[in-house]
Each structure stands twice: as C-alpha cells, then as structure tokens.
Design a protein around this ligand. Structure first.
Ligand code: 4AD
Ligand code: MG
Length: 405
C-alpha cells in the first residue's frame, strides 16, 4: 500500500510472466505504510473480511478489477443507448410517488418552521424507480433511458438485494413486447461484448481466482439466443419436474427424517408451484441453472402478481410483463408494456387505490403504445465478474443495519 515513485530505465525482462521490468535508479517514498497494522496487508483475504474495510478494499486487485468493470459497463450502457438514438434523462431522486406500489420506500422526515411542517408539505420518499418520470419524457422525446441510484427499504438480507442500487431504465415508444425482449437481449449482449473485448485480463483474473469457467460462460451468453418462455410454460415445466419425480416441494407437516427419505435424489423446493404463484428465486434458479442452462426471458405473467401499470393481454388473466433470469443470480431485468388507454389505467389505479393524476394525463393527452425495463446494474456486474454477492460489487453497500461511512 505504500505510495512510491520509481525512476529508472524500462527494459525487456528476462523473467517469465512479465514483458518488461524497470531498472530503478531512484525510489522516492511518499506515503509509507506500517505493514503490522495495515488491515489489508495479507495476500489472501476473503471478500467478506474485506467488507469491513470499505475505504481500503479498493486497493486490492479484485476490487480494482470490479471498479474497472463498473466503469466499462457504465460507458457501454451510454454507448449502446446513444448509438440507438435514445436520450439520457435525469429523473428525480426525491419523489412523492411509489412507482412499484410495494410500499418499500425510504421516507424524508425533515420538517420546516416551528409547527414541524413536513419539508415538502407532503410525504416524500427516495425513488424506487425512475420509470414513471421516464414515461413523461418518452411521451415527448420518444426513446429515452435513465441510469441512476434507486432506493428500496425492503428488509432483504440476501446476496442480491441492496437498499441502494443503480438501475438502468429505458422507455420506448411504438414498440411491442417482442421488441422489448429483443432490445433487452441486444443491450446485455453489447455490454458483455465490450467487457470481453476491453477487460479480458480482468475477466481472466475473475475466472482463475473466483469463478472457474466464467469466460466461457460469458462467451456462451453472447453467442446463444436467450430462451423465451411464457410464465404458463414455466409453471407447466416446473410441475412436470415434480410430477415426474425429479423435484419435490417441502411438506412442513411431514417430519424431517421422513421427508428426507421422500426427497432422496430430488431437488427440493421450499415453496409450492402453481399457476398464479410468484416465482421465487429458487424456482428461477432451477429454471436457469438446471433446465435451460443459460439466460431465460419469462413473459406474460398473471396480472395479480405484477404492477398496476402493466398492459393486460386479451386472455384477461395475464399482463405483458417480462423478466430476464440469468444463471447464478436470478432476475436481472424486469420490464413490461404499459397500459396506454386512459380508461383502463384509471380503472386499474382505482382498483389498487393509487392516485397519480399526472401519470393519467399521459394517457389523456396523445397516448402512445410504449414499454420499458429496469436492469439492476449491480446484478449485471455480478453476472460479468462471477462475484455472486451484491455487497462486493458496489463501492459502498447499503443493506439492513449497514451504512458505514
Ligand atoms: O423488477 P423491478 O422492481 O422493476 C422496476 O422497478 C420497473 N419500474 C422497471 C421498469 O420497467 N422501468 O426492478 C428492476 C430491476 C430488477 O430486475 C433487479 O435487477 C433490480 O432492478 N433490483 C435490485 N437490485 C438490487 N437490489 C434490490 N433491492 C433490487 N430490487 C430490484
Ligand atoms: Mg421485478
């Protein structure tokens, strides 16, 4: 960790594993380090241990490689959307609505005056998604995208959830669900190709030390068309796995020992599978890791388990939503076509007791068929680095009971 300047002559190296070496004539030490108390002086520290030193861990090879990866993926994101004539829009972080309607918002509690009036005169929270504001811009500029921090107060202590994460949200006009899936796939493949092209040394480093086979897996993702299945097909597929004895759902009433016997050699699902259930990460992982062996786009979900703004299909049961699932991680992208009829949206919002008059105005004045998706940036970094804990791929992870610095 010492900061030094070395002056000398750069010569061809006789040693293997390095092309050149510096024959030093002068070494100046700027910032010395006492190795005895330097918290990251040891060679092989676990990622978990390094999390205790968020301000120093960037000096390790792994975190420097992850930082380069975030940088490349950010640039690739802008390049992809700019190349395709999307406009980059800055949506607000403070907002008075809850896009996903899931009530997982962080609230602003500041007040003004002596009467303890709310600062904004109403309830304001940190944004859970830039989508709704993005739609206002798309309805004027056509294709747009946002790329910014997003906040969710969900009490999830998992390797794929953060309270603060970055999301990329394009919104496109005059498209349909097929177009939406195509753009999702093109965008992700573009980012993968840029990283495979520019960061091979880092990817080989991740492959060698953390995730053997990573390079090949990423190349396969680029070369193979993402599989697409409707939600109904996925449920049928999982039910078949259970019926034909390759998987079993845990029955809590059966004593552990007995159940173990029943489940021998089978994959165990903790939660039941039925049409209408919200696919859990265990179901998603089983699909991508065991059955498809690659990326899977699931579309046409039951309307009951999805957000209020999603466009209904003519079957009256499903909505034009799509999720992209990837191996080892699960959901990487969530998106949908939006309801573009004023009356349909009004009815849906009334049913769900949601009031956002300006959002309805977009349908009242010159409505346009449109849709978009949100991609969790950290989950893409997990995919490309093979580092499957989200707390390691963002500089300063925020999650329940953790907001150091
Ligand atoms: O599926 P989500 O909730 O979709 C939306 O927010 C839509 N409004 C997006 C849109 O259509 N414009 O979130 C989108 C993605 C997820 O697929 C996941 O990758 C990521 O955001 N995500 C999280 N990443 C890290 N930590 C969390 N707590 C996350 N919640 C969602
Ligand atoms: Mg989702």
């Amino acid at each position: 960790g010492v900061a030094i300047r070395v002056e000398g002559i750069l010569v061809e190296s006789p040693m293997s594993g390095q092309a050149v070496e510096l024959k030093a004539t002068k070494i100046t030490i700027f910032g010395d380090v006492n190795a005895k108390d330097y918290p990251i002086s040891k060679n092989k520290l676990t990622l978990e241990h390094l999390r205790k030193f968020p301000h120093l861990r960037i000096r390790t090879k792994i975190h420097a490689a992850l930082a380069r990866l975030r940088n490349s993926c950010s640039t690739a994101t802008h390049t992809f959307f700019q190349m395709n004539n999307f406009k980059y829009v800055h949506t607000p972080i403070l907002t008075s609505n809850d896009c996903e309607g899931a009530g997982e918002t962080f609230n602003i509690s500041n007040t003004i005056g002596t009467e303890c009036e709310p600062f904004f005169g109403k309830n304001v929270n940190l944004t859970v998604s830039g989508q709704l504001h993005g739609e206002t811009y798309a309805s004027a500029l056509s294709d747009i995208y946002t790329f910014g921090p997003t906040f969710r107060a969900e009490n999830s202590n998992t390797s794929r959830h953060l309270a603060e994460f970055w999301m990329i949200e394009p919104e496109m006009c005059f498209i349909d669900l097929q177009d939406l899936m195509n753009i999702t796939e093109d965008y992700i493949k573009f980012c993968l190709k840029v990283c495979l092209g520019n960061l091979m040394e880092d990817i080989e480093f991740f492959d060698k030390h953390f995730q053997p086979g990573l390079k090949k897996q990423l190349q396969t993702l680029v070369d193979t068309q993402f599989k697409r299945m409707t939600y109904t097909e996925v449920i049928e597929c999982l039910e078949r796995e259970i019926q034909e004895g390759r998987a079993i759902v845990r029955v809590k009433e059966i004593e552990n020992k007995k159940f173990k016997k029943l489940a021998k050699g089978k994959h165990v699902f903790e939660e039941p599978v039925f049409w209408g259930c919200d696919l859990g990460s265990e179901h998603e992982k089983y699909m991508t890791d065991q059955l498809v062996n690659g990326a899977l786009i699931v579309y046409n979900y039951p309307k009951e388990i999805k957000s209020f703004y999603m466009k209904e299909n003519s079957d009256g049961k499903t909505v034009q939503a799509m999720d992209l699932l990837v191996p080892n991680i699960g959901e990487l992208v969530g998106g949908s076509m939006r309801i573009d009829s004023h009356d349909d949206l009004l009815q849906k919002m009334e049913e769900k007791n949601i009031s956002i008059p300006w959002y309805l105005d977009l349908r009242k004045y010159g409505s346009v068929p449109h849709g978009g998706f949100g991609l969790g940036f950290e989950r893409m970094i997990m995919l490309i680095s093979g580092i499957y804990n989200i707390r390691d791929v963002i500089p300063y992870p925020r999650y329940p009971k953790h907001c150091e610095m």
